[in-house]
Design a protein around this ligand. Sequence first.
Ligand code: ZN
Length: 159
Amino acid sequence: MTRRTLLSLFSALGAAPSIVSAQAKPGTAYKVTFTDAEWKSKLSPPAYDVLRREGTERPGSSPLNNEKRQGVYHCAGCAAALFTSEMKFDSGTGWPSFFTTLPGAFVEKTDYKLFMPRTEYHCASCGGHHGHVFSDGPRPTGKRYCNNGVALTFKAASA
Ligand SMILES: [Zn+2]
């Protein structure tokens, strides 16, 4: 093997990893990122299960089901504003429900965990899982954002 062949072999090897990392980037660029261990220590166990493990809380378990004050609902993971109290409605499902969201609050993806594909949505800032969106909501949007209460924090508007 000549010196020249060795050099071109090394430069070919050196080039490969940069191509791989360039392809891995899209879709994982959230503003707020922590390692799994950091999320675990930052969040309560039920919030961690929903936000980072795509779990679902027991229906009727969230005090936010009955929250009727004026205010803003934030992500329990990163504090991004997601919904206002004007967007909330009583769906009777046992989960806090909203017919729309603040602009750009979420990204959606298809979930195939049950027999039917469902659209789940994630916080656009930290990637935390919040719930699923259904098309049986009230007017004007016809949408129903079925959100886990434990993934939200409510801040009442100051009187
Ligand atoms: Zn978030």
